[in-house]
Ligand binder design. Structure first.
Ligand code: NI
Length: 167
């Protein structure tokens, strides 16, 4: 088991759409275990492979009693809408109100390649949309107005400059 490094915006790897997983082998299982442990270590609700620099369609979510490992997930239905605060391990310290569907249906396979589907609403639906967005190279910031986007972008650029100076 090893903890993975979480990439922070504006790292360009966060923009790469992830490739479908085709090989279901122990290497994938180990990677997903590391992804899971990294999410827990950072106290995150979810983490996508693209956030740790792996171009694979895989993500994990841990919220309340829900423990989800999703490989090749896709949203097959969405309805309603909700607005709520969202954060992201790749946007440390940023929390913004974001509009998402209220309910979603997701189809995916597990780490062994076995298909499953689930229906979710409320916060879990939000988390699923957020993580699947990551796998398409889409980020929290893309859901903001141009003005808000610029404010968040500047805040994170300033932060990364400060971190470089202090390291
Ligand atoms: Ni995120």
């Amino acid at each position: 088991m090893s903890l993975l490094k979480v990439l922070v915006y504006p790292d360009p790897a966060l923009r790469e759409p992830a490739r479908e997983v085709e090989r279901f082998d122990p290497e994938l299982e180990n990677f997903i275990r590391d992804l899971w442990e990294t999410m827990l270590a950072y106290d995150g609700v979810g983490l996508a492979a693209t956030q740790v620099g792996r171009n694979l369609r895989a993500c994990v979510i841990s919220w309340k009693e829900h423990r989800l490992i999703l490989v090749n997930p896709r949203i097959t239905a969405a309805e309603g809408e909700q607005v709520g605060e969202e954060g992201c391990l790749s946007f440390p310290g940023i929390f913004e109100k974001i509009r998402r569907p209220l309910k979603v249906r997701v189809e995916a396979v597990d780490a062994a390649g076995k298909p499953f589907s689930l229906e979710a609403e409320g916060f879990l639906a939000r988390a699923l949309c957020h993580e699947i967005d990551h796998l398409d190279g889409r980020l929290l910031i893309d859901h903001l107005s141009p003005l808000k986007r610029e404010i968040v972008r500047k805040k994170l650029l300033k932060r990364s400059r400060e971190e470089r100076r202090n390291s």
